[in-house]
Design a binder for this molecule. Sequence first.
Ligand SMILES: [Zn+2]
Length: 138
Amino acid sequence: MVDYAKPLPRPEDAELTQPFWDAAKRHELVIPRCSRCDEYFWYPRAACPSCLREDWEWAPVSGKARLHTFTIVRQPGNPAFEDDVPYVYAVVQLDEGVRMISTIVDYELPDDVAVDMRLEASFDDITDQWTLVKFRPA
Ligand SMILES: [Zn+2]
């Protein structure tokens, strides 16, 4: 794991998102949930996009999702991902309603990947510090 050769996550606000990364390391998925209007939201930000209050917390979610849309990447934008192509770049809709960008793993192209397919979170421990949240067919 230590000689992971691809770009590592560089969170725009590392302090804000640290609980997400800590949960991923435990193989748990958490997303922001407003304490006032109970809405989940993604991406993490200072205020709830529904009611604009800054009163929210990291809430555990099921990791269950469906594939909202996807594309198959055949030419990587970064040379470090050349060994991965083709891979699925996906917009995943969690059962809690929010959509997040991720990748799909544990599938065979083209038959295993389709819009609306059921997915579950999958955790990829790429280094001792970083775990990436991906999704696989459920
Ligand atoms: Zn709210």
